[in-house]
Design a protein around this ligand. Structure first.
Ligand SMILES: C[S@@+](CC[C@H](N)C(=O)[O-])C[C@H]1O[C@@H](n2cnc3c(N)ncnc32)[C@H](O)[C@@H]1O
Ligand code: SF4
Length: 457
């Protein structure tokens, strides 16, 4: 398909829906789930199986007005030292549950801005992790970090590589100076180009960049120029996010004037143009907001049906249990989700009492697990093999999901999906609206709580 979007379909199916980085979505997590439940889940993890570790660093040196991430903007660089001490304490409390230094196949430092840490702090933090986990040597692990290109000089990148990171991820959003000014993020092309050059020279294997459409002053022409500039850098992966403007929830967004935002038809035009251009340049549309070069592991994993989904989006290691440390971090272990306190004071106070800082979570029941599998298959493979699902779970799909199959009928008529006896296939047309297809299988989604999620397109 080309990226031309049918405005009528977007009007019908583009409503708000979760991004399904988890099922059920985090809005269902509750505080009956606590540290004991997390401890039980970690103990039940097969010790022979490696882990994926997510570390949240919430600090940023300056605010980007559009930002909806969980972050603390501060000029006080000394705050990170106290925070790392708490991460060390959290790892110390987890150690007896984890057992003797299990293997770490995947590591991600996210934020906020992990490059807010100074070099000594980066070394210290990696050392603390290495005390509790056996790190993979020779780039056999998938170790990634979110950097801020404005705070990533060559020697920082060199250190990150030496510490074992082999992937970088960072925001670009838009190269246009007028847009950059309106979002309070001055990041000229030349600066990003330097980061790319250095990262390539140092042997980082995969560079991921984020773009946002729907920002102030954007139009089809200016955004097309941003895309051309980005393509000259040839990142392995590109995320293309729809700007979620929720000024009542995120105070810095109030600095963005609604009158400067592009109209819905312009946004749709930008989205369609960008999809077409990225495809022509050899990128595969993985799904939701993600594109990857055809030879990138993400695209290969999709082809080989090993692609998974976690809180960072799509992942090549979807089967790994994820342990999340730091404020707001989420763990996904077997059939539970556990989330730490997002409030920094609460997070730190809990560790100062030597208590795991779990704030809320969720234990999936049998029905939740079935639905998670359906939603993951649809999001990752745009396809659900019904007989295989029935064999795995010893049930009749037609009977179990009879109401959902009925709800899918209009989507089938509108060409979003193709439901035959044996499979549910998301069509090329439906790919951009796949969240709406998944939402049919979401038992917790009601019209009344939809508004808390971002729009599908
Ligand atoms: C944690 S940040 C990336 C790392 C680093 N802090 C940086 O800015 O380069 C995650 C990404 O979320 C996206 N994002 C943040 N707020 C958003 C919003 N309101 N709507 C859509 N995307 C958003 C941006 O593309 C941003 O790069
Ligand atoms: S986009 Fe990144 S750097 Fe900007 S405020 Fe958000 S987390 Fe911080």
């Amino acid at each position: 398909m080309n990226g031309t979007m049918d405005a009528a379909l977007v009007a019908t199916y583009g409503n708000s829906a979760p991004r399904y980085t988890s099922y059920p979505p985090a809005t269902q997590f509750h505080n009956q789930f606590g540290a004991n439940e997390l401890a039980e889940a970690i103990r039940a993890h097969d010790p022979a199986q490696p882990w994926s570790l997510y570390v949240h660093i919430p600090f940023c040196a300056s605010v980007c007005y559009y930002c909806a991430c969980n972050k603390i903007v501060t000029k006080h660089t000394e705050r990170s030292g106290a925070y790392i001490a708490r991460l060390g304490e959290e790892l110390r409390l987890l150690a007896p549950l984890l057992g003797e230094r299990p293997a770490l196949k995947q590591l991600h430092w996210g934020g906020g801005t992990p490059t807010f840490l100074n070099q000594d702090e980066m070394r210290l933090l990696m050392g603390l992790i290495a005390e509790r986990f056996a790190l993979e040597e020779g780039d056999r692990g998938e170790y990634s970090i979110e950097i801020d290109p404005r705070h990533a000089p060559d020697d920082t990148l060199r250190l990150l590589r030496a510490l074992g990171f082999n992937r970088l991820s960072f925001g670009i959003q838009d190269f246009n100076p007028r847009v950059q000014e309106a979002i309070h993020r001055q990041q000229p092309y030349a600066l990003v180009e330097r980061v790319f050059d250095t990262a390539r020279r140092l042997g980082f294997q995969s560079l991921n960049t984020d773009l946002i459409y729907g920002l102030p002053h954007q139009n089809r022409e200016t955004f097309a120029r941003t895309v051309e500039q980005l393509l000259t850098l040839s990142p392995e992966r590109i995320s293309l996010f729809n700007y979620a403007h929720l000024p009542e929830r995120f105070a810095p967004q109030r600095r963005i004037q609604a009158a400067d935002l592009p109209a819905a038809d312009v946004k749709l035009g930008i989205l369609g143009d960008t999809i077409d251009r990225l495809r022509a340049a050899g990128y595969v549309y993985i799904g939701l907001d993600h594109f990857a070069k055809a030879d990138d592991e993400l695209a290969i994993a999709q082809q080989q049906r090993t692609l998974g989904r976690n809180f960072q989006g799509y992942t090549t290691n979807g089967d790994l249990d994820v342990l999340g440390i730091g404020a707001s971090a989420v763990s996904r272990i077997g059939s539970v989700y556990s989330q730490n306190a997002a409030d920094l004071e609460e997070y730190e106070a809990s560790l100062d009492r030597s208590a795991l800082p779990v704030r809320r979570g969720f234990s999936l029941n049998g029905d939740d697990l079935l639905r998670r599998e359906v939603i993951t298959d649809l999001l990752c493979h745009m396809d659900l093999d019904i007989p295989a699902f029935e064999r795995r779970h010893d049930l009749s799909f037609q009977t179990y999901f009879a109401p959902e199959l009925l709800q899918l009928e209009p989507m089938q008529r509108d060409g979003l999906i193709d439901v035959r006896e044996e499979r549910i296939r998301v069509t090329a047309q439906g790919q951009l609206l796949v969240r709406a297809v998944c939402a049919v299988f979401d038992r917790y989604l009601r019209a009344s709580n939809r508004r808390q999620f971002s729009r599908v397109v």
